[in-house]
Design a protein. Structure first.
Length: 95
């Protein structure tokens, strides 16, 4: 038991910062596997009326009807929220 503990302690002391970095798992991103679109034209080719997060409602100018037929996909929205100019939870909304 003592010999095992001494060997284990010696092994841990010999680890360099580079070895620790190699042993650490790679960080994962929230949007892994989700496509980030260059602009709204590209996003609207896949999501015709835009994409929104769960519970989002289209913010409109007075008198106009809000877009309600956008696709709800929170992961895609989070990866492309830079395209949500009015910050209403729906990116690239379009009739």
């Amino acid at each position: 038991m003592r010999r095992t503990l001494a060997t284990l302690t010696a092994s841990l002391v010999c680890l360099t910062p580079a070895a620790v970095a190699l042993a650490a798992p790679a960080p994962t991103t929230a949007s892994a596997g989700v496509k980030v679109y260059k602009n709204c034209t590209e996003l609207n080719k896949t999501y015709k009326h835009g994409v929104g997060k769960a519970g989002a409602r289209d913010k409109t100018k007075s008198g106009s009807k809000p877009v309600t037929n956008f696709r709800v996909n929170t992961k895609v929205y989070n990866a492309n929220k830079k395209h949500d100019r009015d910050k209403d939870g729906v990116a690239c909304e379009k009739r």
